[in-house]
Write a protein that binds this ligand. Structure first.
Ligand code: ADP
Ligand code: MG
Length: 730
């Protein structure tokens, strides 16, 4: 198949037209095989000695340190189970700072001195492993972040088996740390953030007379993605190298008819989704919802929420399965935030709440005034966290891909604000205006309508889709998270921020309580102060409107438009204090994270530049030359037989306009080179800022010319699959 002319495209269209849904013949009831590839509690209770099982359970559900003495018994049981299931290899599965996952497989097979072979798996192999850390990004801090690191089993997510085409692998969820104790992954900071959140939430709960074992953050990530046929994908160097199309003219029909959202799912895609779900069920991942999204060829899957650390691991596995199974269906899974310009991008809505180990959702409005008081405290702590730590939260969602989405009038803007909905807004407004002196608190609470809060939970009618951080009944939905990103960093940041403000509100309540007087009234006074203090972060209007940008500026809310400005928020005194005090990052780890992410941003853009230039020079320009030559041939043919005047003029004008566009293409490429040259600097801050603005503008200019050529060049000469093909044929 050729990539010049339109032969490649024709081949792809033929492939696509002949595809049929892949049938796996799965008739089994999901509940019968759910979690069959996980070493879950049921398996543990069957396979482990009782005392070992009890001890391990304490580690898993109560966060106790793993008793090293039980490791041998667990390793033995895990090995027996895995081999019985057909596993030949094992690996520590972890999440390095690349944002993806990593695994290095070792065989169970060992050969003894007599040449006999036997399967072995020791306690130390279960608990610890040593991948070579030097090839993972560490933020350029090799001196402190020693190359040698190790992975350590994290029992909070069940051990699982991944099926490969010719065998199975036992995967041990792990954290990744250097020998000097610094984190080299995304998981460890997340686990630390939960501990911090728990500690402070427990302080608040104690004031309300409650003493659960611990508090957890819960997460239900809604995952958006695109699917296109892999034949088209293979003909698009930009999708392969960068995950997004760097050029491509607007299709005659885009998403303006809005006929895709929640529409019936095409058989081929449905077959794909069903196979993904089948694989995820085996891994014990509770995927629940599937539907078409707003854009053509865009879809969503969402699980039932779980503890944040488990949900994060499961989201990584979900993305991995979406990718793997797509290949089986001759589809390409696109998880980039903006694969197609002018078409909605993809996000990952992080539905988040806090729950006690007794199962109480702390963001559930209660049915009694007392419960509602507690709810208000957790609500206000969250609002203040989002208000105060908006810069850190913005930094947590920053990436080159998300820059195309945030603020593109389809996704929440880069300005962080909180949406509460009518009912809750009325309650907070009443609290703000209410004269609380005098009467007993309980009555006031009732008078203020707080006792009516349960209705809020059911009242989801006035959902605001434009808000980056919205209250949705009994949880918040952080919508600005990037579709390709691990939820780990945004969730660790949110947990740390809310942990900090819960600590603050506990301090305030304790101080007030010491002075004596009515507890409820003291709490209500503080709630009122915080309602007033956090007023600026509340926004119920249209976050896409131009007026909001102006209004937000007036309110003093940061508008960090692009990744470099957003990441710079990690270098402030406030960020340092938040992350070191919460223990989520040490000073060095935070600095490393900053460098790592700025470097990642620079690399992303540099790859895009190289890819764009190659496509423009080797695919777009040659097609344009041929088209121009054909036109020139036509004109000289006409003049050769003596035609002139208006019989020739139109075609001459066409030659001129193509020649002009080719000249524009050359100029725009030269301008891009110049901008890149100017951006070059040893100072990564300067360089990333230049890439974000002058270089990105220059890239957009190249793209614009390419897109104009696409709609005039002879279709039989155009080598790149067009939007109208990729998005509508599958
Ligand atoms: P939507 O209407 O936005 O699709 P849903 O009510 O279906 O929202 O829920 C979206 C996600 O929120 C699901 O993954 C769901 O499990 C999750 N979710 C529900 N309650 C909680 C909670 N208390 N904590 C975290 N996530 C939750
Ligand atoms: Mg949602």
């Amino acid at each position: 198949m050729s990539t010049t002319g339109n032969q490649g495209r024709l081949w792809a269209i033929t492939e696509v037209t002949n595809r049929t849904p892949r049938v796996i013949g799965n008739g089994a009831k999901a509940s019968e095989y759910f979690g069959c590839n996980t070493f879950n509690q049921k398996v543990m209770s069957e396979k482990l000695p009782k005392d070992v099982y009890q001890s391990l359970l304490k580690t898993i559900s109560a966060g106790h340190k793993l008793d090293q003495n039980i490791a041998a018994a667990v390793a033995h049981a895990v090995k027996e189970w895995a081999i019985e299931k057909g596993a030949t290899h094992y690996c520590h599965w972890f999440q390095p700072n690349t944002g993806g996952t990593a695994e290095k497989h070792d065989a169970f097979l060992t050969v003894d001195s007599s040449g006999g072979a036997v399967e072995r798996f020791s306690a130390s192999q279960l608990v610890q492993s040593e991948p070579d850390a030097s090839s993972f990004p560490s933020g350029g801090r090799r001196t402190t972040f020693e190359a040698r690191g190790y992975t350590a089993w994290d029992p909070s997510t069940p051990i699982f088996i991944m099926e490969g085409p010719n065998g199975k692998t036992l995967c041990i969820p792990s954290v990744f740390i250097s020998y000097t104790g610094e984190t080299l992954d995304k998981k460890t900071p997340l686990l630390r953030s939960v501990e911090y959140l728990s500690k402070n939430a427990l302080r608040v709960l104690k004031l309300f007379g409650k003493t659960p074992g611990h508090v957890e953050a819960t997460l239900g990530p809604e995952q958006e993605y695109f699917l296109i046929d892999e034949a088209f994908y293979s003909l698009r160097p930009d999708l392969v190298a960068t995950g997004r199309t760097l050029m491509g003219a607007k299709p005659p029909k885009g998403q303006e008819l809005e006929d895709q959202y929640f529409g019936s799912i095409k058989a081929r895609v449905l077959a794909y989704m069903q196979e993904v779900e089948h694989e995820l069920f085996k891994l014990g991942i509770p995927v629940k919802t599937r539907h078409n999204e707003v854009a053509p060829s865009q879809f969503e899957t969402a699980p039932v929420f779980e503890l944040v650390s488990v949900a994060t691991d499961h989201n990584q596995l979900t993305m991995e399965m979406l990718r793997q199974v797509a290949k089986r269906h001759n589809l390409a899974f696109l998880v980039h935030e903006k694969p197609f310009a002018g078409i909605n991008g993809s996000g990952k809505h992080n539905n988040w709440s806090m729950a006690t180990s007794d199962g109480e959702n702390l963001l559930e409005p209660g049915s009694t005034p007392a419960q509602n008081l507690q709810f208000l405290v957790f609500l206000l702590a969250t609002m203040k966290a989002v208000y105060k730590y908006a810069p850190e939260l913005r930094a947590a969602i920053a990436s080159s891909g998300n820059d195309h989405r945030l603020g593109a009038n389809e996704a929440p803007p880069a300005i962080i604000s909180v949406f509460l909905g009518d009912a809750l807004t009325r309650v907070l407004d009443a609290i703000e205006k209410g004269d609380l002196k005098g009467a007993t608190t309980e009555n006031q609470v009732i008078n203020l309508g707080v006792s009516k809060l349960p209705e809020v939970a059911r009242d989801n009618t006035d959902r605001n889709r434009t808000s980056p951080f919205a209250f949705t009944g009994n949880k918040f939905e952080f919508r600005a998270v990037a579709s390709s990103a691990s939820p780990a960093t945004p969730m660790a940041t949110l947990n740390a921020a809310v942990g900090a403000t819960l600590g603050e509100i506990a301090d305030a309540i304790e101080a007030r309580a010491k002075k004596g007087g009515d507890f409820d009234k003291a709490v209500m006074d503080i709630v009122r102060e915080w309602v007033i203090e956090t007023r600026a972060i509340r926004f119920e209007g249209n976050n896409y409107a131009e007026e909001w940008v102006i209004e937000a500026e007036r309110r003093g809310l940061p508008n960090l438009r692009k990744t470099p400005e957003a990441l710079a928020q990690l270098t402030t005194k406030q960020a340092e204090e938040l992350f070191t005090k919460s223990g989520v990052y040490t000073h060095d780890e935070l600095e490393a994270r900053y460098h790592l992410e700025v470097e990642r941003y620079i690399k992303d853009i540099e790859i895009e530049i190289a890819c764009l230039k190659e496509m423009a020079n080797t695919q777009v320009a040659p097609a344009a030359y041929k088209h121009q030559a054909n036109l020139v041939g036509a004109v000289s043919g006409l003049t050769g037989i003596g035609l002139k005047g208006n019989l020739v003029a139109g075609q001459v004008a066409e030659v001129e306009s193509v020649a002009k566009l080719i000249a524009d293409l050359k100029d725009s490429l030269a301008a891009l080179d110049k901008a890149v040259e100017k951006a070059e600097s040893d100072d990564i801050e300067r360089k990333s800022a230049a890439l974000a603005y002058s270089v990105s503008d220059a890239m957009a200019a190249v793209r614009e010319v390419c897109d104009r050529l696409e709609v005039i060049v002879d279709d039989t000469l155009w080598p790149l699959p067009k939007y109208r093909e990729m998005l509508f044929l599958s």
